[in-house]
Ligand binder design. Sequence first.
Ligand SMILES: C[C@H](O)[C@H](O)[C@@H](O)C(=O)CO
Ligand code: MN
Length: 416
Amino acid sequence: MTINERYEAAREAYKAVGVNTDEALEALKRIPISMHCWQGDDVIGFDGAGGLSGGIQTTGNYPGRARNPQELMNDMGKALSLIPGKHRINLHASYAIFEEGEWADRDQLEPKHFAKWVEFAKERGIGIDFNPTLFSHPKAENATLSSEDEEIRSFWIRHVQACIRISEYFAGEQGTPCTMNIWIPDGFKDVPADRTSPRARLKDSLDQILSMDYDKTKVYVAVESKVFGIGMESCTVGSHEFYMNYASKNDILCLLDSGHYHPTEVVSDKISSMLLFFDKVALHVTRPVRWDSDHVVLFDDETKEIAKEIIRGGADRILLALDFFDASINRLSAWIVGMRNMQKALLNALLLPNETLARLQEEREFTEQMMLQEELKLYPVGDVWNYFCEINGVPAKEDWFEEVRSYEKEVLLNRK
Ligand SMILES: C[C@H](O)[C@H](O)[C@@H](O)C(=O)CO
Ligand SMILES: [Mn+2]
């Protein structure tokens, strides 16, 4: 059977449970996912300010890491060409691109240092999201926005303000708002004696940052919490409660990273609550394996559950990004598998008879609800997915992998 014939059969199967597959495919095509640049070079960046720090770690030494802007752009371009639909790219400030002999510290970054990224995105008609980089820098050795050292703290305040300007530039150039997400690694390895002072300083730093004039319709500032990090096992200053309260009082957004909570806590259960109080919610979908290990996103239960909440809550209210970095496998394959899995999970959610299921819950018909949810798991989502790839001009099934293998042989293995 051809992909088309299989799709026709799947369309009938879904129609029988009240799902329109054509509408699902149209909806899926309109959901952009922000692909993080940092998977391509193991979170190293180009500003040479310092080795990876902040309690995040990339493990593995698979050959072919991108070593400069051109290599990273080539790799991202190749990966994007094997992912159906139009997406976005997500940059960190440490990916600034300098002219020969030029260098600027993080607090001196300007839009011109990202002009080549704008060119890259414009060629593909895609939007850009941004992150100030408050790690991998000598001034981030102890603390950043919560630092007790006023010079250090004001350096990082200036950095984030510079990033807001750069985000405005991206939004203006690309004609689409830029999500600018703040994550800091500040915290304590062991039981702190004073939790309040660092948090009060972080609050003051954010107040100072947001006191600048910027276009809120162009830049969506978000704050990303974390329960712990390596070396910050006992307390992180930017905790969930801190940021949720701060964001809600100051009209900015929260970003939920699915690796940043206690291992038994799930982000899928948080989205609906957040959407009742915030206009939008930003997400970093990742896969924590026992800790915030940032493994590649799989088509697993939690990713599917997150996707259901995105579809049921309204995908236009979710700023969806991925965040993982695996150096033990082909880095392009990591991007492609993660992005395509997120899309498969969204498709899976779009192919559910969500209204019927919700009605069964309201009627407390939990027996039928469970039966239907379980039966739907074996419906032919794969046939619909393959058709989606085909109509969007990218290889279906595992057929994309050959291209990655050739790229590895011809390009990546020549990077010595
Ligand atoms: C590169 C990081 O993953 C990123 O800045 C941050 O979002 C994070 O998740 C840190 O754990
Ligand atoms: Mn994250």
